[in-house]
Design a protein. Structure first.
Ligand SMILES: *[C@@H]1O[C@H](CO)[C@@H](O)[C@H](O)[C@H]1NC(C)=O
Ligand SMILES: *[C@@H]1O[C@H](CO)[C@@H](O)[C@H](O)[C@H]1NC(C)=O
Length: 393
């Protein structure tokens, strides 16, 4: 209120000429009180009313709707970026021998390759799981998959892998599959259920027969290391004991390349009693250009909606209309954000650089080979095919 009053006075005295000049300037006694009032109404009170009845509610409404955006935008003020990774240059070309590739990285070559275990917690992403396993198949000793009948947010879910297991006959001889019952604690932080499932995955890995110095890939299903990356790491000696993989970050399909900053996936040289399955930062070393992270890369609209609800960040679904299928379809085609959020970055430069929808990409070069060989079946993942099927198949 203090602000308003002083601003009003200021207005009247400074802009004397144009708006209430004829009134404020006059010292004539006759119409003094009337014109004063009119002046106040016109100059001060009109502004005040506009302020009170339009701007203030708009502000409150804006904060209500965009509060999360405002706090994300101001994030660089209250949070400093994490320590940068130590990026390891990644060398690869089909025709270069493994010996030379290892040497380029400063590593030696082994006489025989390490065994490789790929372990994932599965929710419902069947298409991406197929691409992942087909990509990695030539170099994986054992695929380990754990699924729960609970989402991380504590919603019951069917055992989707169990009922589709016949579609994965190609891995059957190398598959260790496990299930775990959800704890269904209401209102609990989703990260607790997630941690609980990861501990169970450690047990399943032991059952699968993992031993010291075997390679273990720790990543979500949709974080797919490229085949040649895993081949390099299994053949080269002296690779770091833990190595993060820098993956190209895609959203909805390979049409929307966000950046190349996905870093959560990691490869470990297994150490009994020490290695624990984790999905957070575990070391500074990261290998460049090591694969793809395709988030929300689903065939059906219903899967998007399921994931939005099952996601560890369910608090992001602030309004129920976010889950409206028509809205979801529009957002996908635009390359916009499903949760209507700002980019999660640590500097204003990066936030501003990423505002607005993700630009369309017209490149389908260096994608998982199974995708291109079955382009018709996985059309929805390729550029130019944003329309999704409505009901779940
Ligand atoms: C790569 O190797 C293949 C066979 O090993 C050979 O036929 C081909 O010419 C090579 N390509 C290049 C570009 O060197
Ligand atoms: C989840 O699985 C556990 C263990 O198999 C079972 O006891 C429980 O009834 C299941 N719950 C639901 C909701 O399916």
């Amino acid at each position: 209120m203090f602000m308003l009053g002083s601003e009003g006075d200021h207005y009247c005295s400074k802009k004397t000429d144009d708006i209430c000049g004829d009134v404020c300037g006059q010292e004539s006694s006759r119409a003094l009180s009337m014109s004063r009032l009119r002046c106040i109404l016109r100059g001060l009170d009109l502004k005040t009313y506009i302020f009170l009845f339009v701007l203030v509610p708009t502000c409150f409404f804006g904060i209500y709707v965009h509060g999360q955006k405002i706090s994300y935008f101001l994030r660089p003020l209250w949070e400093s970026p994490p320590k940068p990774f130590h990026d390891i240059t990644h060398y690869y070309q089909e025709n270069v021998t493994m010996e030379n590739l290892c040497k380029l990285h400063g590593w030696g070559i082994r006489e025989y390759p390490r065994r490789v275990f790929d372990a994932v917690l599965f929710s419902n992403e069947l298409d991406i799981l197929t691409l992942r396993w087909k990509e990695l198949y030539p170099y994986i000793t054992e695929f380990v998959l754990l699924e729960s009948n609970s989402t991380f947010t504590g919603l019951p879910k069917p055992l989707v892998f169990a009922s589709n297991r016949d579609k994965f006959k190609f891995v059957e001889p190398r598959l260790t599959y496990g299930t775990i019952g959800g704890r269904f604690r209401r209102g609990e932080n989703p990260f607790v259920e997630e941690a609980y499932q990861r501990v169970a995955l450690d047990q399943l890995l032991k059952i699968a027969g993992i031993t010291d110095d075997d390679l273990l890939i720790m990543s979500d299903v949709d974080e797919i290391p490229s085949r040649h990356t895993i081949n390099l790491l299994r053949w080269c000696d002296d690779i770091p004991p833990i190595l993060h993989l820098r993956l190209k970050n895609y959203l909805y399909s390979f049409e929307f390349l966000v950046d190349s900053n996905s870093w959560r996936a990691s490869v470990h040289r297994y150490q009994t009693g020490k290695t624990r399955y984790a999905h957070y930062r575990q070391t500074d070393d990261i290998l460049a250009d090591a694969g793809w992270h395709c988030s929300f890369c689903f065939r059906h609209i219903s899967e998007f909606i399921f994931k939005m609800k099952a996601y560890s960040h369910f608090d992001r679904v602030r309004f129920s209309h976010y889950l409206n299928p028509e809205r979801v379809q529009k957002v996908i085609c635009k390359g916009a954000d499903l949760f209507d959020m700002l980019p999660e970055e640590y500097t204003f430069k990066e936030i501003i650089g990423k505002l607005g929808p993700i630009p369309h990409s017209y490149s389908a070069v260096h994608l998982p080979s199974y995708l291109l060989e079955n382009a018709k079946k996985y059309k929805f993942l390729l550029p130019g095919n944003c329309f999704r099927e409505r009901e779940s198949g």
